[in-house]
Design a protein around this ligand. Structure first.
Ligand code: NAP
Length: 321
């Protein structure tokens, strides 16, 4: 099979498309003939080995897995002995992140607890945008106990996770303010945001508005900045952001919220069937719509990574096999 391959942590320029053996599914795994995948922040980190904390998942000294890619959208080719509920020919979407990655390839094995039927109304390319990004957005907002009528702030609304967070928050009946770069404001408004703050010209801390729920997906703000922007019973959910924001969340975050009624939580999303099933249902109901910014063939994998790094993407970059 053809697969995107890299040997050691380093530049994305070392990625090449190579012939690799088709993997054999273990007892609890499904072998998928993969039609499409999509790029996420972690796929870039996997190849580069940075930020360093990513090596907790990908291997400290050298990469444990040499084919990146987590999002899977394709057709079941073969199932392991213990797998029930799937058979060859079934259309599926899956998340291979906890199965050793390997989705930027024509075939990939995935633990069956991270495989669900594909949304019936979406193409394979559209389906490929959902597994990590939409599930992370959903898990983050649920962790923040999103409720109808809440005033919600989404910091980092244009990448992979953000546009789904905006759509899911709107579907829960929230009033959504999205923080993004001004050039992508139209896109985020199209996703449903009620208000936009262009972080290049305005800091969201520079006004008196407070929020019931803040999702921190990108940016460099301190945990006390977020705390000041919450209502007295508001919740801050840390999903991502710069290394500084991310490490602050683990160090100062819990201490800041020891007293009082405001809540603080950190999302560490791990692929799970329930989230995938909920996202499938939301896609079929039209509650969330895939956001493809550009599609690349597997042979153009380096171009796809370069496009991601250019910062021009608004929504998902899809890779077709
Ligand atoms: N907690 C979890 O389980 C989990 C799971 C998946 C991902 N993540 C994390 O979530 C984060 C986002 O992932 P992603 O895949 O969506 O990344 P992404 O596709 O790179 O998107 C990040 C977006 O943030 C925007 N941005 C940059 N600086 C900003 C700022 N100061 N304020 C507001 N927006 C800013 C950028 O767009 P513009 O500047 O052009 O608007 C960019 O589109 C990453 O840190 C990732 O590690 C966490």
């Amino acid at each position: 099979m053809k697969a995107a391959y890299f040997e050691n942590y380093g530049s994305i320029e070392q990625l090449k498309v190579k012939d690799q053996p088709v993997p054999e599914p273990e007892e609890h795994e499904v072998l998928v003939r993969n039609h499409a995948s999509s790029l996420n922040f972690g796929n870039v980190g996997h190849v580069k080995g940075e930020p360093f904390f990513i090596r907790v998942f990908t291997g400290f000294g050298s990469p444990k897995n040499h084919i990146p890619g987590g999002d899977v959208s394709g057709v079941v080719e073969k199932v392991g002995k213990q797998v029930t509920g799937f058979k060859p020919g079934d259309g599926v979407m899956a998340d291979a992140a906890e199965s050793g990655f390997g989705a930027f390839a024509e075939y990939v094995t995935v633990k069956s607890n991270a495989v669900v039927p594909k949304p019936v109304n979406l193409s394979y390319e559209e389906t490929a945008t959902l597994p990590l990004a939409a599930c992370t957005a959903l898990a983050g907002l649920k962790k923040g106990n999103i409720q109808s009528g809440q005033n919600v702030l989404i910091v980092g609304s244009t990448g992979s996770v953000g546009p789904f967070a905006v759509q899911i928050a709107k579907s829960h009946g929230a009033e959504v303010t999205a923080v993004c770069s001004g050039k992508k404001a139209g896109f985020v408004r199209f996703m449903g945001a009620d208000h936009i703050i262009d972080y290049k010209t305005e800091d969201f801390t520079d006004n008196d508005t407070t929020y019931d729920l803040i999702a921190g997906i990108a940016g460099t703000h301190s945990m006390s900045d977020f705390k000041k922007k919450l209502t007295p019973t508001g919740t801050y959910v840390n999903i991502g952001g710069s290394m500084k924001q991310f490490s602050n969340a683990f160090t100062t975050g819990p201490l800041l919220y020891l007293f009082g009624r405001q809540e603080f939580t950190i999302l560490m999303y791990m692929a799970d069937k329930q989230s995938l099933m909920e996202v499938k249902q939301m896609a079929e109901e039209g509650t969330i719509k895939p956001t493809i910014t550009k599609t690349f063939a597997l042979d153009q994998i380096r171009d796809a990574y370069r496009y991601y790094e250019s910062g021009h993407a608004a929504g998902k970059i899809v890779i077709t096999m």
